[in-house]
Unconditional design. Structure first.
Length: 429
């Protein structure tokens, strides 16, 4: 269906389930309306693809009677629907529990509650949660993008388990990003994080001023990071007087024009990076040319020698010969300027792709490197290994090309999700 068809279908749904009904409609009549809408979405009652109040045998003795059940031609239950008249509060936990019990008994990954709006629940192995979760809600707003997505996902003609799975992964990634965002806010607004901000200021100034003077100046201010409840965070700097009798407060608003360079630099360093699970890690490598690169090598190199008895350069040749078939890819992989973290992410992504896993997470890369490439890496913590690999640095849309030195090998497809793209010549960037 094109956009016009999706819009028309969704507007029909809004008409039948919202605009054309009275506020005191009975539940039975509303169930009939929902049933009628499903037929308009292509599901056939004649072929028993949708059934109202069907008595379904569960086990040897049990039976359940969901409001509406939806099946494929192969008679496999696709999803189950709990219907509540619009005047009923569908946020009541009892309705959710009823739907979930049906989903579990029928082994359905998806279930819907339809009433004053439409709620989609998921209970499958994509989620880390043991309990079914509310994926999203669709309000009855005509011509809405969200409504068109509902039609695309749940109409018979366009129904696809793979598309529904992809949609679910995107929603779960957004929910995780929101959780991580709040976790990050709690972290950076804590008193313990102030030392990190001071360190950023010190690093920004160290090439311009004497270290002792910088430290002395920092000892004369008090930093406070405030959650302003807005997208941009505000930083307050309180300057201490020599007598400590009062504090002079300098407040910097979200306007970029009136902030000193040091505050811009510090704040950008804090918020520029993408927000996902990989951001809450100890960073062991900024670039191969930084002092921190030695930490990355110091962590990984002993394990390379332990497993193979060779140095890092010899290890790169070993990886290229074992895993890379394409000669051009091999040449780029071994060229000067392709850092260790790029090479390891490349090999991990390549192995996953060859195994048929087109979309993967940084955790998947770490797991395959530990299990199939450098087995002794299982001796170090996942957090420490994550701080060496920095998978988010080597993707095509990394905010700073310096993070991969012009050699990205992955592409971000969603928050915390990547796919392998291989290496391009450096002039490509």
């Amino acid at each position: 269906m094109d956009k016009a068809e999706l819009t028309e279908k969704w507007n029909e749904v809004c008409y039948f389930l919202h605009h054309s009904i009275s506020s005191n409609i009975s539940e039975e009549l509303f169930e009939q309306k929902v049933f009628q809408v499903l037929e308009k979405m292509g599901w056939s009652s004649y072929r028993k693809e949708i059934q109202l109040k069907q008595s379904i045998q569960v086990g040897s003795n049990g039976k359940i009677v969901p409001d509406i059940s939806v099946k494929s031609i192969e008679k496999k239950f696709q999803f189950v629907i709990e219907v509540k008249k619009p005047s009923v509060n569908i946020d009541d936990c009892s309705h959710e529990r009823q739907l979930i019990s049906y989903m579990r008994m029928l082994k359905n990954e998806y279930g819907l509650i339809i009433g004053s709006n439409i709620k989609i629940y998921y209970d499958g192995n994509i989620s880390d949660s043991d309990d079914p979760i509310l994926l999203t809600q669709f309000q009855f707003n005509e011509s809405s993008e969200e409504g068109m997505k509902f039609i695309e996902l749940f109409s018979k003609d366009t129904y696809s388990e793979s598309q529904l799975k992809l949609f679910t992964e995107e929603i779960l990634a957004k929910l995780q990003a929101k959780k991580d965002f709040n976790k990050i806010l709690n972290l950076i607004t804590s008193d313990e994080y102030i030392d990190n901000v001071k360190l950023l200021i010190e690093c920004d100034l160290k090439d311009k001023f004497n270290d002792e003077i910088i430290i002395n100046a920092l000892n004369h201010i008090t930093l406070k990071i405030i959650d302003s409840g807005q997208q941009d965070r505000d930083i307050q700097i309180l300057r201490k007087t020599e007598e400590q009798s009062h504090q002079h407060q300098l407040f910097y608003s979200s306007s970029e024009n009136n902030k000193p360079d040091v505050i811009n630099s510090t704040k950008n360093s804090m918020i520029k990076r993408p927000i996902n699970e990989e951001d809450n890690i100890t960073r062991y490598s900024l670039s191969e040319t930084s002092n921190n690169a030695n930490k990355e090598h110091n962590i990984i190199e002993p394990h390379i020698f332990k497993s193979f008895g060779i140095n890092i350069d010899e290890f790169a040749n070993y990886l290229a010969d074992k895993y890379i078939v394409d000669n051009q890819q091999k040449e780029i992989f071994l060229s000067e300027g392709v850092w260790l973290k790029v090479r390891l992410n490349y090999i991990g992504g390549l192995i996953l792709k060859l195994e048929g896993k087109e979309i993967f997470s940084p955790k998947d890369i770490r797991a395959v490197l530990k299990s199939k490439v450098i087995t002794s890496l299982s001796e170090i913590s996942d957090k420490q290994f994550s701080g060496c690999l920095l998978t988010q640095d080597v993707c095509l849309d990394a905010p700073n090309p310096k993070w991969h030195n012009g050699f990205p090998c992955l592409e971000r497809v969603a928050v915390g999700k990547y796919r392998f793209i291989g290496l391009r010549p450096k002039s490509y960037i």
